[in-house]
Structures are given as C-alpha cells and as structure tokens.
Design a protein around this ligand. Sequence first.
Ligand code: GLA
Length: 379
Amino acid sequence: MKRSPAFCLLAILAFSSAAANTRGTDTQLVKTTVFGKLKDGREVRQFTLTNNRGVTMQAIEYGATIVSLSVPDRKGKIEDVVLGYDSLQGYVDDTSYFGAIVGRYGNRIRRGQFQLDGQRYSLTINDGENHLHGGRIGFNKVLWNGTVLDDPAGPSVQFRYVSKDGEEGYPGTVQIAVTYTLTDQNELRIKYEGTTDKPTILNPTQHSYFNLTGDFTRTILDHTLMIEADAFTPVSKGLIPTGELQKVAGTPLDFRTAVRIGLRIDDADEQLRLGQGYDHNWVLRGNPGQVRKVAELYDPLSGRLMSVLTDQPGLQFYSGNFLNGAAKGKKGIAYQRRSGLCLETQAYPDTPNNPQFPQVTLRPGQVYRQTTIYHFSTR
Ligand code: GLA
C-alpha cells in the first residue's frame, strides 16, 4: 500500500510526540521550580524528586542543599525528616550547614595549614583557630548548577560547581558534581565526582540533620544508633584529632550494638566534654572504596529506620550540640539543642596533617569519587 507524504508526516509527528510524552512522564518524577532569588538577582532552582512509593526529596542549587526528605513511618505516614528552612534567606544566613554539601574539605584542618608536595597552603580560618567545612564561603554558600538526569534507578538531579584555583586558600581549580538519586527502594543515593588541574585536597560530605520523628520540636536523644566501628579518632581542644586511633570498647563512643543516643551523651567523659556531646569521627570497619553498611539510626516512636552505606573511611556523628534555638527553621520552629543529628561520611578530620590517615590528595588526571546511600525503611 502506498502512503501519502502527509500520512508519513503525521506518523512521524505522532511518533515523536509519543516519545516526548514518555520523556515527559519520566521527568515529571523531577519537578523544577524556582526556590528564590539571591541578592545579586541570580535565580535558585529547586528540584523535587518523587519515587513510585511517594517518597520525596527536594534539593536546591544553593549549596546543593537538601531542603526536605519525606519518608513513611511504620503506619505509612510520610513526613519530612531533615531540618532546614522555609525560604532561601534561611539558607543564606545559616551557620549550621543544614542539608548542604560541605567542602572542599568537610570537617576541620588544624590552623588551616597543610603541605602538599613541599608547598605550604593557608586556608581561611573560620572555626576558632581552625578551618572548618571549606571556609567562609564553602560549597554550602555558592550557587551550583542543577540538571535533571535520566537514571533508570529513579528520579535524579545532578549539581555541578567549579571551585576556582585559590578559593578559600585551596590550590587548583576543582570541578565537582554531586548527584542525588531517589530509588524506588527508598534509598537516597549520593554520588560525588571531582577533578582538579593542580594537586589539591578534596573531601566533600553531606550535612543533613536528621530527626526521624518528623517532629522537630523533639530531640534525637531517644533515637538509637549503631555504628560499624571499633575505633574513633580522639580529639583535643578545638575538635582537632590527636592523630591516634582509640578503641571504642569501654567508652561512651561504643555504638557497635544499637544504643539510645541519650543514654551516655552527658557522661563525665573527656571526649564528650570536648565535643559537648558526640562530635567525633568513627573509624569505619571494612575497606574504604567499597560501599558497605556503616550505621543504622532508628526512631522507636515512628518506627523509621535509616541505614547509612558508604565507601568512605570515616563517619562524623554530630549530635547537634551547637543548636541553641537561635535558628528558626521550617514552620518557624526554633531548633533546640540536639533536635537533629548528622552522619557525615568522609575521610578523617585533619587528614592532610596526619600522614597515617587514609589520604585525600587529588591530582590532575585522577577522579575523586564517593558513593553514600541513606536507605529508609521501618521496623
Ligand atoms: C560539623 C562539626 C560540628 C559543627 C557542625 C556545624 O558536623 O563536626 O562541630 O561545627 O558541623 O555546626
């Protein structure tokens, strides 16, 4: 049968519109909206990822920040479990790193000093006499560029940022990409990739504060926590590691079996005194470079369970000790002390000054990679 050119054109149009619809349906799992505008007029977009179980994650281009993560409790009630703000201004003014990607170096570097290939570098001092979380304008205070990705694992958004040579004192121009994917197994998968044009150091992490009750007027002291670690890196004043590894056995930092966080948090213990609670790096079991389960956080009230998987050597467990009610968060709630906790997957603090720790040097031609997964279920 002979078909007219008009019929062929129609057929092509019908086919391409079907294709567009399929794509459209896929990308509807990621909704792009405008979250706000920075003072200089730049727009900050928000990406809302929804999986096929109704779990949602929202992230914005400012700081590549996770602004909400809503997961079911044991009765199926979906609630937000991460602290944050209702508006962009909240994140601009924030001093607690709510939900942000921090870096280049997540955690502290002693006096902001380090040496690489015999060269001395001085980083911004922004935490007492030390450098913390990338400095004054770290990865959390810059505008990233978000793109929706086509990922068979689930709705996905990638944020990219170019950190210029010399930024906050760091050598080399670093190109970094952070990808958030929400799978249908209720996992938030976070992948990092970074390259540099000069030798540098790179150790980014995710700084979400979790409160699995979904009620941010409560503390996290009744959550239980398990950490797959036999040792931690003890600190001295200013939370700088002494360089030793200390066994957790017999200390309030022993989380090898699940323990209620509040049980020992105020014990008369030198490490807890220095951290004003938990604010330490645990030396994770298993092989860095391999994704393995490293921690389990559970809220008996809601039944929400969060497993943390990572390929990193360390985990900073910070129990929100510095929250003091000053930060007015979502729905105007003042975040009181210990109303959220962070489980930051990373290299150990102050690694560049501790050659015995797993190193964080990145050289031209190499690719920095990290995979971390927060997996949600109920019990
Ligand atoms: C990290 C640090 C804490 C604190 C918070 C931000 O997790 O370990 O000491 O600085 O960030 O307030």
